[in-house]
Structure formats: C-alpha cells, structure tokens
Ligand binder design. Structure first.
Ligand code: GTP
Ligand code: MG
Length: 183
C-alpha cells in the first residue's frame, strides 16, 4: 500500500499535522518537548494507505549510538522503501532556511526521493510575515531545485492546509497506482 511519511526537525509539528489530517488529536503523541516521537509509527488510513510519523532530526539528547543506528533505519526507509510515494519535509514557517533542513533536502535530491516542503505553525505569523517568509524561503532553497519546489502551508492549530495536503496525497496516490499497474 502507498505510504506518505512526515519528517523534519524535532518539534516542528509532524505528529500534530498527522492528527489534524485524521481529525484525531489522540492518534500521534505530541509534546512541546522536542524528541517526543522516538519510533516509526504507521497509521493505516481507510484500509488502503499509510501515514508514517517519523522521529525528528536535529535533536541531540539521544545517545550517539542509538542515534547512529536509528539514522541508518530512517535512511534505509527513505531510500529503499518502494511504496513510499512521497516524503513531507516539515519546516517551521517562522524560521529562515535552517542548514540542517537544507542539507537534508540536498541529500533527498541526490537520492531522487520525491518530497514536498510543508510549512508548519502558520497561525503564529501575520499575513505580511507569511508572505515575506515564504518569498525568502523559496529564494533561499532555489539552489536545490530546478523548478519551484512543491510546498504546502499549514497550521495544525487552525487546520490550515488540510485540503491541499489531502489533494496532494490523492494525486500522488493515482500516480503510484498507475506505476504499480504498469509493472
Ligand atoms: P517530535 O516528535 O519531538 O520530533 O516533534 P513533532 O515534530 O512530532 O512535533 P509535535 O507535533 O509533537 O509538536 C511540537 C509542538 O508544537 C507541540 O507543542 C504542538 O502543540 C506545537 N504545534 C504543532 N503544530 C502547531 C501549529 O500548527 N500551530 C501551533 N501554534 N503550534 C503547533
Ligand atoms: Mg512527533
């Protein structure tokens, strides 16, 4: 079955966004303390696709060994999982491009992993800040992309971007099915 995974720095709002998409605030555990999600969680939706909640990166409190082993599991998942249709890379809308996110997106590009940038916590910004931050961000990441990247603006708090996310998922679901049927 097709899978869509959520990744990004710790505390960016991955678990909250999954809950928003599923209308269930108790599904994925969320916390204001970074490092809440420590394992990979698969949520089966309508018996025919999965949302996958991944632990955050850039969170140093785990021991180096565990981090190393776990990084390998995530790396393998991202690069080898044939039913991973698309990765949603979450970034905090309030912040400029972070080096760790830039490096991660560059790596995804090199590995040909399809991904979509998801801006989170849009409710925390004014309209003018939203516009300014978006323009700056797209300019800063442009060196990674040949065309404008796919992106979706969201707020789990205000349920912003839910339709866009679901439409994106549906459109890619059809592509996945077509590719699979052709094989
Ligand atoms: P880890 O599992 O630790 O990697 O974090 P995560 O990326 O899953 O983040 P999580 O969903 O647990 O959210 C982190 C914090 O941000 C929580 O306190 C959430 O309530 C808050 N948060 C998440 N999304 C939003 C949002 O859209 N708006 C606001 N204002 N707060 C949010
Ligand atoms: Mg989480």
């Amino acid at each position: 079955m097709p899978e869509y995974a959520f990744i990004g720095r710790s505390n960016v709002g991955k678990s909250s966004l999954i809950n928003m998409l599923c209308n269930n605030n108790k599904l994925a555990h969320t916390s204001s303390t970074p490092g809440k999600t420590k394992i990979m969680n698969h949520f089966l939706i309508n018996d025919n696709w999965y949302l996958v909640d991944l632990p955050g990166y850039g969170y140093a409190k785990t021991s180096k060994v565990v981090r190393g082993e776990f990084e390998q599991i995530i790396t393998d998942y991202i690069t080898k999982r044939s039913n991973l249709v698309c990765l949603f890379v979450l970034v905090d809308y309030r912040l400029p491009l972070q080096q760790i996110d830039a490096e991660f997106m560059e790596w995804l590009g090199k590995k040909n992993v399809p991904f979509c940038i998801v801006f989170t916590k849009a409710d925390k910004l004014s309209k003018s800040e939203l516009k300014k931050n978006l323009e700056n961000y797209l300019l800063k990441v442009s060196y990674i992309f040949e065309d404008e990247p796919n992106y979706i603006i969201t707020s789990a708090e205000k349920k912003t971007g839910k339709e866009e996310l679901l439409e994106f998922i549906e459109a890619h679901f059809d592509l996945f099915k077509r590719d699979r049927d052709e094989k």
